[in-house]
Design a protein around this ligand. Structure first.
Ligand code: FEO
Length: 172
C-alpha cells in the first residue's frame, strides 16, 4: 500500500501530465490558427502521449491500492509570439516535468518504496527523450529565424509524426 505522502505526490503528478496534454493542445490550436498544420499535428500527437503518461499514474495508483483524486487543471495560455516562442515554452515545461519526476523519485527513496522507484524509472528515461525531442525542434527553429520557406519544410516534416491514439488504451 502507498504511503499517504507518496499517494498525494503521485496524484499531483497525474494532474501535471494532464496539464502537459492541455498545454500542448493549446499549442496545437495556436499552430492551427497560424496555418501550420504539421506543427499542430505534432502537438496533437504530444497531447496523446501526455494523456498516456497520466494514465500510467492512474493505473499505478490503483494497482498499489491507492486512491485517484483528480484536482483542478489550470488553463494554459492560448497565444505565443512565434513558433520558436512556443517551443521555448514547451522545452522549459519539459525541464520542469523532469524536475518533478526527480523529486518524486527522491520521495519514493525516502519511503523505501522500491515498487514506486521501479515505476518511476520509466519516466526518468522518458524525460530524457522528451527534452531531447523538444530541444531538437527548438534548435531548428533558431536556425530558421522565421524564414517562411524553411518553416514550410519543417511543417511538412512535423506532419509525419505518427499519432497513435491506441497509446491511451494500453494504459487502462
Ligand atoms: Fe509527460 Fe512530456 O512529460
Amino acid at each position: 500500500m502507498l504511503k499517504q505522502e507518496l499517494e498525494k505526490a503521485l496524484n499531483e503528478q497525474l494532474k501535471w501530465e494532464l496539464y502537459s496534454g492541455y498545454l500542448y493542445l493549446a499549442m496545437s490550436a495556436y499552430f492551427e490558427d497560424q496555418g501550420l498544420e504539421g506543427f499542430a499535428h505534432w502537438m496533437k500527437a504530444q497531447t496523446a502521449e501526455e494523456y498516456m503518461h497520466a494514465m500510467k499514474f492512474y493505473k499505478y495508483i490503483f494497482e498499489r491500492d491507492g486512491r485517484v483524486i483528480l484536482e483542478e487543471i489550470p488553463a494554459p495560455p492560448y497565444t505565443w509570439d512565434s513558433p520558436e516562442a512556443v517551443f521555448e515554452h514547451a522545452y522549459k515545461h519539459e525541464q520542469e516535468v523532469t524536475d518533478r519526476i526527480n523529486k518524486l523519485m527522491s520521495l519514493a527513496k525516502k519511503h523505501e518504496d522500491y515498487a514506486t522507484e521501479n515505476f518511476l524509472q520509466w519516466f526518468v528515461e522518458e524525460q530524457v527523450e522528451e527534452e531531447a525531442s523538444f530541444k531538437a525542434i527548438l534548435n531548428k527553429l533558431k536556425l530558421i529565424k522565421g524564414d517562411p520557406q524553411a518553416l514550410f519544410y519543417l511543417d511538412n516534416e512535423l506532419a509525419q509524426r505518427p499519432l497513435d491514439l491506441n497509446l491511451l488504451m494500453t494504459q487502462v
